[in-house]
Design a protein around this ligand. Sequence first.
Ligand code: IPE
Ligand code: IPE
Ligand code: MG
Length: 255
Amino acid sequence: MKPFRKWFGGKSEGEEAASALDSDNIPNHVAVIMDGNGRWAQKRGLPRVAGHHSGMKNVKKITMAANHIGVKVLTMYAFSTENWKRPKEEVEYLMKLPLEFFPKEIEELIANNVRIRMTGWPEGLPDYTLKTVQDAIDKTKHNTGLILNFALNYGSRKEMLSGIQRLAQDAKDGKVNPAEINEHLFSRYLLTDPLPDPDLLIRTSGELRISNFMLWQLAYSELWFTDLCWPEFTEPHFYEAIQEYQRRARRYGGL
Ligand code: IPE
Ligand code: IPE
Ligand code: MG
């Protein structure tokens, strides 16, 4: 094991955990189901939206932590196709968070060579949400560092069905030979194309489920769960998840 090169020199818990990592075995793609914002707030006697606000602030911290250790893609599940079921006021609040997040953080994200991406359906999102996300995508499109991918208005079953519809149409039009449909080709019809599959999935808040997130892409991802709610999940916890990932033996069905 090659010890992780030390950028920090400091002695905080997080920095020590980061420098103890094996730099040859950093997951390329880490996906996070950022869950428990509402419960975090309610435990503190605050409205649920206060948890979303606190959760938003955490996105930058974990992005920087991932960037420091050389993660290539960090996907953050921010809003699912099922989250539209929530009260209108909560949905509206969530849709306005990018308007605060991007103007506040974009300069630092650019300075760190981060590229913004979105995985999800633009349809249904308010124009102001789309505009601020698109603006961040445009401003960072030449960056070559970490891809910060927001799963926004994303649902895996819808993604697969719409991929299958387009694939079926291409087969009907003679562009695809059904006998030649394989995993690689199908992946190209998913919203995540051309990203690699997640190596590690982190879910906060103690829920042990996938909640319609990347069902195809997670086939061989390592799963890591914590009881901590998203707003209280900090850099040392992130490094702890990576450390645990580095202890796992990925076999893909082999030996
Ligand atoms: C995750 O926190 C954020 C979103 C799903 C948008 P929740 O809002 O689901 O918080 P809990 O799970 O109700 O505590
Ligand atoms: C998953 O969390 C979606 C996001 C984190 C955006 P939910 O809170 O919506 O999941 P369930 O309802 O507990 O499965
Ligand atoms: Mg939840």
